[in-house]
Design a binder for this molecule. Structure first.
Ligand code: CAA
Length: 258
């Protein structure tokens, strides 16, 4: 497939998507997000891929939705066409795990895009922010919802109301970021982690992802029930037999359904 706003590669069993609009700090327009969606669809179908990394450039993961593209929208344009963020939730429906590898700016929609991924690895240069308030708008791709769930109300309010940016260290302390990595190691470390994930049983990886996400979408009792039912269903998988037999036989498991 031909892409003009992203670069799509594979590294072993890992799919790598690099956002590539360098002149606009990877500002996110419809075309770029559609391309990300197409690349995810292709990786989702590809049995050779077990996990995905999305990254940007050294300067910017993404500096937000494309301000030039939306500056003249009327309310009716935005509402009727469900513009700007209509195609973003595709990231959320991807069943294979996605790691966001963030260096430089992850602002507005860039921060929101990173939060739609399953975890964020940040270079020590990363800066996260929701500066929409400075443009006379508010976050529109989940910033006001995912940020409080990730870092709590106090810091989410601070970021959304004042437009203050968080550096990588604060983002890690606050729980937004899984790991901080030296900038020159960022993509390699994200690919290494994705390769570890891609070596496990894919049905189990999908069950883990669905179960953790349930924690954000249901009361604890429902989440626990979902987890238990899913846990029981794992015993119907060949890979459970293989994983436990390998432990008992003191050898490495060879999972069939990767
Ligand atoms: N949209 C369109 N173009 C953008 C952009 C954006 N979000 N962010 C940066 N650019 C462009 C600039 O216009 C500039 O283009 P030109 O060279 O043609 O003038 C180029 O990228 C480089 O940017 P700067 O010269 O501004 O670079 P800098 O290093 O001085 O500053 C920055 C970098 C702090 C990221 C600054 O560009 C900035 O503040 N960008 C806007 C960030 C923002 O407000 N994001 C939120 C967007 S709204 C949103 O995302 C809504 C939502 O929730 C979905």
């Amino acid at each position: 497939m031909e892409y003009s706003n992203i670069i799509v590669e594979t590294r072993g069993r890992v799919g790598l998507i690099t956002l590539n609009r360098p002149k606009a700090m990877n500002a996110l327009n419809d075309q770029l997000i559609d391309e990300v969606g197409d690349a995810l669809d292709a990786f989702e179908k590809d049995e050779g891929i077990g996990a995905i990394v999305i990254t940007g450039s050294e300067k910017a993961f993404a500096a937000g939705a494309d301000i030039g593209a939306m500056a003249n929208y009327s309310h009716m344009d935005a509402y009727k066409g469900d513009y700007i963020t209509r195609n973003w939730e595709r990231l959320k429906s991807c069943r294979k795990p996605i790691i966001a590898a963030v260096a430089g700016f992850a602002l507005g929609g860039g921060c929101e895009l990173a939060m739609m991924c399953d975890m964020i690895f940040a270079a020590d240069t990363a800066k996260f922010g929701q500066p929409e308030v400075k443009l006379g708008i508010l976050p529109g791709a989940g910033g006001t919802q995912r940020l409080p769930r990730a870092i709590g109300k106090a810091k989410a309010m601070d970021m959304c109301l004042t437009a203050r940016m968080m550096d990588a260290a604060e983002a890690e302390r606050a729980g937004l970021v899984a790991r901080i990595v030296p900038a020159d190691r960022l993509v390699d470390e994200a690919i290494e982690a994705a390769a570890v994930i891609a070596g496990f049983s894919l049905p189990i990886i999908i069950m883990i992802k669905e179960s953790v996400n349930r924690a954000f979408e249901s009361p604890l009792s429902e989440g626990l029930l979902f987890e238990r039912r899913t846990f029981h269903s794992a015993f119907g998988l060949e890979d459970q037999k293989e994983g436990m037999a390998a432990f008992v036989e003191k050898r490495k498991p060879v999972f069939k359904h990767r």
